[in-house]
Design a protein around this ligand. Structure first.
Ligand code: HEM
Ligand code: HEM
Length: 398
């Protein structure tokens, strides 16, 4: 439903929007002031886009925690991951189009980060920017990718995703731990049983997006000014976890090695040997629930402590002159982190005599919660100069 709302409102926006640096911002102002329902259409596009990231992410979590990626659904997990990347890219390319300060500087710092891809970084950066800096070339590129290439890919991949669900014989059937796969309820035809329910969900979702868009406007800052960067300059919220990581790791690690490892782990996940097929059981087993809870709490306490420690202690060590930063801020912390995860994995697996499925889930929860903590820190707890701030601290004493 959200994708269809985006396609519909996106096509309508194209009637008014002009992808040129000297016209884009004005065309949005015109859209909002002088076009009938123009602001509402923009709001629906904006909020559906942001909601889609959340909904797709929650769907990924649901699929993961019900073990719905086990055979025969492995490849559909990979297609789903592709869809998730397309959604992130759609949001990212759309972000630049209003050409306000927020858009211009967020995309400037994000494309600036591409430099750190070894070997081909500068080439990729120039290709994406369509020139040496963010300008007309970038806007043309992003507009073409946003309104033609990505929607086309989404429209190809989504039916493929749905077809794979049917090929797998439908969704996984929920079971309680210990219940066998054979226990199935009575089957009913898809039409009208499933279709009716899906229509109800879609209409309720549409109503929610519509009401939300009536009361909350999509943000629009001042027109982009390449000579004046706001402080702090932040990436879009869904990339804040990575920007926060940049404050603790050497850019090569924060922007390239760690994200590539994360992506590889996501794609490889269904092909790991899990020992047991946990499809349909929430959190793998009763034991799995306890272990996931422990991992979640460990990350919830450990990640903020690590951020604080890095801010006030390791930063000092990193400034020592003779040691290169790719070592102090790159290899050493990454090795420490991986070692800590490995020790945690071995310790908990032995202590609970856990299966691979339970142990892998535990590491997933650990990394997931740590990444969420980084994202929340980046969005709310970073102020001027990206210094740690307390967001509820209004006014300075004295
Ligand atoms: C999954 C699909 C899509 C996502 C996630 C998405 C996301 C976004 C986002 C986040 C913006 C910035 C909105 C703002 O804050 O101003 C945007 C703008 C825009 N999008 Fe999309 N979009 C999608 C599909 C489309 C399609 C299919 C089209 C047209 C064929 C389109 C056309 C536009 C236009 C013209 C703008 C500039 C207007 C504006 O910024 O308000 N979008 N999109
Ligand atoms: C645009 C993004 C996506 C759309 C529209 C979409 C849509 C759907 C729908 C409608 C279903 C069946 C109902 C349900 O399980 O909720 C489904 C199932 C599934 N999705 Fe997605 N999905 C998307 C992204 C993803 C992602 C990010 C993943 C994982 C990385 C994923 C993996 C799966 C798997 C494995 C199933 C089968 C689940 C089962 O049998 O219980 N999908 N998807």
């Amino acid at each position: 439903m959200l994708v269809f709302l985006l396609l519909g409102t996106g096509v309508l926006l194209k009637f008014v929007y002009q992808p040129f640096p000297d016209k884009a911002y004005e065309s949005i102002l015109y859209l909002q002031k002088d076009v009938l329902f123009g602001r509402l259409i923009r709001n629906i596009h904006h909020w559906s886009a942001n909601a889609l990231i959340l909904v797709a992410f929650l769907h990924l979590l649901r699929v993961f925690f019900t073990g719905a990626f086990h055979a025969p659904r492995q490849f559909n997990w990979v297609i789903g991951s592709g869809l998730f990347l397309l959604i992130l890219l759609s949001n990212f390319t759309g972000y630049l189009l209003p050409w306000d300060q927020l858009a211009f500087w967020a995309i400037t710092i994000c494309t600036g980060m591409l430099e750190y891809i070894p070997g081909i970084g500068l080439w990729v950066q120039k290709l994406i920017q369509g020139g040496p800096e963010v300008g007309q070339g970038t806007l043309s590129n992003f507009y073409a990718v946003h309104t033609a290439i990505l929607p086309a890919l989404l429209l190809i991949l989504m039916p493929f995703h749905f077809w794979r669900i049917r090929k797998a014989g439908g969704l996984v059937i929920p079971r309680t731990p210990g219940q066998s796969f054979e226990v199935r309820g009575q089957s009913v035809p898809t039409i009208p049983n499933l279709l009716l329910r899906e229509i109800v969900v879609a209409l309720v979702l549409f109503a929610l997006v519509l009401v939300f868009s009536m009361f909350f406007n999509a943000p629009l800052g001042d027109k982009a000014n390449p000579g004046l960067s706001p402080n702090p300059t932040k990436a879009p919220w869904y990339f804040m976890g990575i920007q926060e990581m940049l404050l603790h790791f050497h850019p090569l690690f924060a922007l390239f090695i760690i994200p590539v490892l994360m992506l590889f782990a996501l794609l490889a996940l269904p092909y790991i040997n899990f020992q047991v097929n946990t499809a349909g059981v929430w959190f793998a087993s009763t034991k799995g629930r306890g272990m996931a809870l422990i991992a979640g709490l460990a990350a919830l306490m450990g990640a903020p402590l690590a951020i604080l420690a890095d801010e006030y202690l390791i930063e000092v060590a990193a400034r020592l002159p003779t040691i290169p930063t790719w070592l102090t801020n790159g290899l050493v912390p990454l090795a420490l982190l991986l070692a800590a995860i490995a020790v945690f994995y071995v310790f908990i697996k032995r202590k609970y005599a856990a299966s691979n499925a339970e142990a892998v889930q535990m590491v997933f929860v650990l990394l997931l919660v740590a990444f969420l903590v980084l994202t929340v820190t980046g969005i709310w707890f970073r102020g001027t100069g990206m210094k740690l701030v307390w967001p509820w601290n209004t006014g300075t004493p004295g």
